[in-house]
Design a protein around this ligand. Structure first.
Ligand SMILES: Cc1ncc(COP(=O)(O)O)c(C=O)c1O
Length: 384
């Protein structure tokens, strides 16, 4: 069979591959501590599950409109209006099966052959994968450890060319746990406006800041005409398997993106969407509890990592990932993650998030404190 040549350019998310390898080892009787996958180890809150069960009984079992059910788009628009302090219309909200398709559809809708996209590296691997797939030019901006894993805005500015069409931002960041500074965001907003560039701001971890408050490029004057907000329910409400996310789009993009949805998934599961209303309008206690637990685990992880020879780790400021520097261990990221998997700890090499991830590992703290401590003990033993 002769597959499309474009497919060669399509990357992947190695977290799923490492998970498969780890599961295989487990099926052979090996005990593995999972620190590879980016999903909260909490249950979806009961009131959200109940809303979905009721929705099934109420007949939300059919196709719905491609951009989503209007009553759900309204609730999301209210929520996003309060997050951003500006009125967002439900017409600008498009619901998708998970937030990931917002990357897919935005990049498909905007990028032609040769168009340039500036994106964070290390960063979520699907950005680079999709840019390459559609024939765009992926222009990485390095998130440097000495800047707390934040981009240097001067560098972003220097990477802009007449072909730059899109800048992707992600704060809090996966895999680094970094959060962007308001002044940097303001400068990026100005650069985008001055050069007629669209911004895709991935805010899927916006409810998971350890200390700071959420800042968004959308909030600056006039940015609603050139910013796409990507958000969803997977992380904040432990709903990864529900496949429920959304984008807030500038007017001009709403119809084309809805058409992409009609051409691909048709619509998002109707009863999942109804559950989203319960998530956003019901008690937010579970979000706070999860965040508190992630903070505690973050301290355990950082303290433990900094006691291992050859490893150093700065404290993440949000999300649920640590991104330790392993350059002094003498191993490459891939070698060390393979070695740790053999010893019962599944985590990801920094290179799963792009070339600037070499010399780092990503640990997700979506596991119990006990298991995290055990994994750190194993790492210490392996490296000493
Ligand atoms: C930075 C970032 N954006 C988006 C997503 C997509 O989340 P989902 O498709 O589960 O809503 C993830 C998931 O890991 C992520 O880490």
């Amino acid at each position: 069979m002769k597959l499309s040549t474009k497919l060669v350019r399509l990357g992947t998310e190695t977290a799923f591959e490492v998970l498969a390898k780890a599961k295989k080892l487990e099926s052979q009787g090996k005990k593995i501590i999972h620190l590879e996958i980016g999903e909260p180890d909490f249950e979806t809150p009961d009131h959200i599950k109940s809303a979905a069960k009721k929705a099934l009984d109420d007949g939300y079992t059919h196709y719905g409109p491609s951009p989503g059910l209007m009553e759900v788009r309204e609730v999301i628009a209210d929520h996003q209006s309060s997050v951003h302090g500006k009125k967002i219309s439900p017409e600008n909200v498009i619901i998708t099966p998970g937030a990931k398709p917002i990357m897919f559809f935005s990049i498909m809708a905007l990028i032609d052959q040769g168009d340039e996209v500036i994106y964070p590296n290390p960063g979520f691997p699907i950005y680079e994968s999709m840019i390459n797939y559609v024939g765009g030019k992926a222009v990485p901006v390095q998130l440097k450890e000495e800047r707390g894993f934040n981009a240097d805005v001067d560098q972003i500015e220097s990477l802009i060319s007449s072909k730059t069409k899109l800048i992707i931002l992600n704060s809090p960041n996966n895999p680094c746990g970094s959060v962007m500074d308001k002044d940097d965001i303001r400068r990026i907003a100005k650069i985008a406006s001055g050069n007629d560039i669209v911004i895709l701001t991935d805010e899927v971890y916006k409810d998971l800041y350890f200390d700071d408050v959420h800042e968004s490029v959308f909030d600056f004057d006039g940015m609603e005409n050139r910013v796409i907000i990507l958000d969803g329910f997977s992380k904040s409400y432990a709903m990864t398997g529900w496949r429920l996310g959304y984008g807030v789009f500038p007017n001009e993009m709403v119809e084309p993106v809805s058409r992409l949805i009609t051409n691909s998934v048709s619509c998002t599961s109707s009863f999942s969407q109804i559950a989203a209303i319960a998530a956003l309008t019901g008690s937010q206690d579970s979000v706070g509890q999860m965040l508190e637990e992630f903070k505690i685990r973050s301290d355990i992880v950082v303290e433990g990592l900094n006691q291992i020879k050859g490893v150093s780790c700065i404290s993440p400021k949000g999300a649920f990932y640590a991104f330790p520097n392993i350059k002094d261990t003498g191993y490459s990221s891939q070698q060390l993650s393979d070695l740790l998997l053999e010893n019962g700890v599944a985590l990801l090499p920094g290179t799963s998030f792009g070339k600037f991830g070499e010399g780092y590992l990503r640990l997700s703290f979506a596991n119990s404190r006990e298991n995290i401590k055990q994994a750190l003990d194993i790492m210490k033993k392996v490296l000493e």
